[in-house]
Design a protein around this ligand. Structure first.
Ligand code: FUL
Length: 463
């Protein structure tokens, strides 16, 4: 039976290439010092006296984020834009005398720094009286259309899977099909994150990491786990029932199993909470920890979505600002010099139009692919002088799908032997392996197994 190999849409491909995105949780909870409001809060409580989205955006630029997502409405139902469909919004608050529009200020400030934007609109609304009835789906879709049509181009729309009950126990069935088709209609360049049928999947934990094995493909038939908050299409052997440890590795395309392209997003907060709490000012993640997260998410075929919550003044705390700037500088310096670019590169076989030289041309769209159809496929890098290498980077040309299931990296020792420095399973958009630093004049990458004809867009070696 033929296997169907899914490929990314242009929106998914752009999103995967972004690699590190910013989440901004801000709203009523910032003022009530809670993580989940219950909807009984009053807009009078919302007054970020010194709010300046330009400060957020400039910190985001120093942090190297590509797409920034704002919680336009969290579970408490308070809207950061003056929605026509409710009074529970900034228009009833003292902030900017009720004339403000935080979503507008957010998108303008981030775009001015060259950062793309996205929005989070919680389906679960603990304030709205129609919640739990069919009318709520109209209310929700009306709000969604406001966000999709009034704020220019969006690159991601985030639909939280949390689906609580109304106070009288009513349950809401969200009309996902309608919701997703509205996004596709109004924002075709945006990816959707959410419950089933989306473009981007939850990696299964809120700790910001994907697995060593990570497929951008999954079986779209949902499996729910007891105790999870609603979003988990996990179909991997390692999935467990604890929210902390669920890891959705995806699933390779297989014969007889439906398969779709749905890459993993690894969301995590820089602090213990998603919202700002002054008591957590000394619990901001360290630079070392953030670097580790980068390797475990963007370095494992996932996209990192790191949350920084503004405080009650409406500003990022100085510690968070300093942390992400230093994090980015550290990453830039780790990846500043790619030794592959100064190597002579050869492959045991190449298609004439896709030679091994494409692996080091810095063009994400060019690629190497072997002429031989049978593995193993080997690529060799040779230097005149010994290089000291501590990081290996492999990138699959995912435009065509994800195929590689096994690889090995070896260095040549001074006595001419090949020594294995790393092995792995999946590669996908990017695989980063940190190895015990070794000095060598030659490195060899072997693709040992693949589901079909493999292709790589880049190989990198860094100190
Ligand atoms: C969860 C929410 O319940 C949290 O408050 C937060 O917004 C997180 C990103 O998603 O499901």
């Amino acid at each position: 039976m033929n296997i169907h190999f899914p490929t990314p849409t242009p929106a998914q491909l752009n999103w995967q290439r972004a690699q590190t995105n910013l989440f901004v949780h801000f709203g009523m909870n910032t003022f009530t010092d809670r993580e989940w409001g219950n909807g009984s809060e009053t807009p009078a409580q919302f007054n970020p006296a010194r709010l300046d989205c330009r400060q957020w955006a400039s910190a985001a630029r120093a942090g190297g984020f590509q797409i920034a997502l704002l919680t336009a409405k969290h579970h408490d139902g308070f809207c950061l834009w003056p929605s026509r469909y409710t009074d529970h919004s900034v228009k009833s608050s003292p902030w900017r005398n009720g004339k403000g529009d935080l979503v507008r200020e957010f998108v303008d400030a981030f775009r001015a720094e060259g950062i793309k934007v996205g929005l989070y609109l919680s389906p679960w609304d603990r304030h709205e009286p129609s919640y739990g009835t069919d009318r709520y789906n109209d209310f929700y879709c009306n709000q969604l259309v406001e966000l999709l049509t009034q704020y220019g181009e969006l690159h991601e729309v985030w639909f939280d899977g949390a689906c609580g009950e109304a106070p009288d126990g009513r349950k809401q069935t969200y009309d996902w099909q309608r919701i997703f088709s509205l996004v596709k209609k109004h924002q075709p360049g945006a990816v959707t994150f959410g419950d089933g049928g989306t473009d981007v999947r939850w990696v299964g934990n809120e700790r910001g990491f994907s697995g060593e094995t990570c497929w951008a493909t999954i079986n779209p038939d949902p499996i729910r786990f007891p105790g999870d908050s609603g979003i988990c299409e996990a179909n991997d052997a390692k999935a467990s029932t604890s929210l902390e440890t669920i890891l959705n590795q995806g699933l390779p395309p297989q014969s007889g199993v439906p398969s779709v392209w749905r890459p993993a997003e690894c969301d995590v907060s820089i602090r213990p909470g998603w919202f700002h709490h002054d008591t957590e000012n000394d619990q901001v993640r360290s630079v070392e920890n953030l670097v580790e997260l980068y390797f475990q998410s963007a370095g494992r075929n996932g996209t990192l979505l790191l949350n920084i919550p503004p405080n009650r003044d409406g500003l990022f705390h100085s510690v968070d600002v300093e942390r992400v700037a230093t994090w980015r500088k550290t990453l830039d310096s780790l990846f500043s010099k790619n030794f592959a670019h100064s190597a002579t590169v050869t492959a045991n076989s190449s298609q004439p139009a896709h030679p091994a030289a494409h692996l080091i041309d810095s063009n994400p769209d060019s690629y190497w692919t072997p002429f031989n159809t049978h593995a193993p496929h080997t690529i060799e890098f040779r230097w005149k002088e010994p290089q000291s290498i501590g990081i290996v980077q492999l990138k699959e040309a995912i435009t065509f799908g994800q195929f590689i299931t096994g690889y090995q990296v070896e260095f040549e020792t001074a006595s001419g032997e090949w020594k294995t420095v790393s092995t792995g399973t999946t590669i996908g958009h990017q695989k980063l392996d940190r190895i015990a630093a070794a000095t060598t004049c030659a490195a060899r990458v072997t693709l040992t197994t693949a589901l079909s004809q493999p292709s790589l867009s880049a190989v990198g070696f860094y100190s």
